[in-house]
Design a protein around this ligand. Structure first.
Ligand code: F6R
Length: 242
């Protein structure tokens, strides 16, 4: 595990983007496992700048996202499909047909989960998986207390996660309570993992995930077993690891 702690967000976001740049230079059709939320936005901005500067070509890249809210269609402004369009895909030259995200409005959610696992398998697995971490230790929407063996599945979000997500919605009632998430299994099968966390509110959970017991009560703790894990932390999130 490589841990980078820096006081400079610019440096961390640039470093994050450089992993993608190097990977795509070596493997133009790489499979990029992407995340939503506030954490990756700075890295996405760097990727957009690198694309505009002619330093990254996404034309053959594939993108698989971690998760999607159940009940929100891709054109809902709060869906993760829409987030990815706004924050990254519409600003780079990735092919729309190469961008995959679970369908939160599928009639049969279990069948959709199985379909998503087949998509990931058909792409040959994930080359780099970008992850944020929730205050309860979730990665993707793998909430505490579930088996590490799960593939893509539907999940009831915890009260803590619903409260954290509420900042993007008009009211608490509008925050989706369920999601489809890639399982820990696919995340752990990724060839490399980039875990990113910013802010003092992530300090405890980052410490527990990276140094505590490996347990489903802290889903991110499984990452200690990943053979190629890089962690990017700002000073506040990394305070207990200094
Ligand atoms: C998002 C995701 C989540 C977030 C986590 C942290 O696709 O899978 O695990 O990474 O909830 O969210 P932020 O970055 O908003 O603190």
């Amino acid at each position: 595990m490589e841990i980078v702690i820096s006081s400079s967000m610019d440096e961390l976001n640039l470093k994050g983007a450089e992993y993608f740049e190097k990977l795509l230079a070596a493997k133009p059709d790489a499979v990029l496992g992407l995340a939503t939320g506030s954490t990756p936005i700075g890295i996405y901005n760097e990727l957009i700048m690198k694309y505009r500067a002619g330093r990254i070509d996404f034309s053959r890249a594939k993108a698989v996202n971690l998760d999607e809210y159940i009940g929100l269609s891709p054109d809902d402004s709060q869906s993760y499909a829409n987030f990815m369009q706004q924050k990254l895909f519409s600003q780079i030259n990735i092919q729309p047909g190469n961008c995959y995200i679970p369908n939160g409005t599928a009639d049969d959610i279990d069948a959709e989960c199985q379909r998503y696992d087949r998509v990931i398998a058909s792409l040959g697995g994930i080359d780099i998986q970008l992850l944020g971490i929730g205050h309860d230790g979730h990665i993707g929407f793998n909430e505490p207390g579930h088996s590490f063996e799960k593939q893509t599945h539907s999940i009831e979000l915890t009260k803590e996660t619903i409260a954290a997500n509420a900042r993007f919605f008009e009211s608490m009632e509008k925050v989706p309570k369920r999601a489809i998430t890639m399982g820990i299994k696919a995340i752990m099968n990724a060839k490399s993992v980039l875990l990113v966390a910013f802010g003092a509110d992530k300090c405890d959970i980052v410490y527990r995930a990276l140094t505590g017991p490996i347990t489903p009560s802290v889903p991110g703790s499984i990452l200690q077993l990943h053979p190629n894990l890089t962690v990017l932390l700002d000073d506040s999130a990394g305070a207990k690891l200094r």
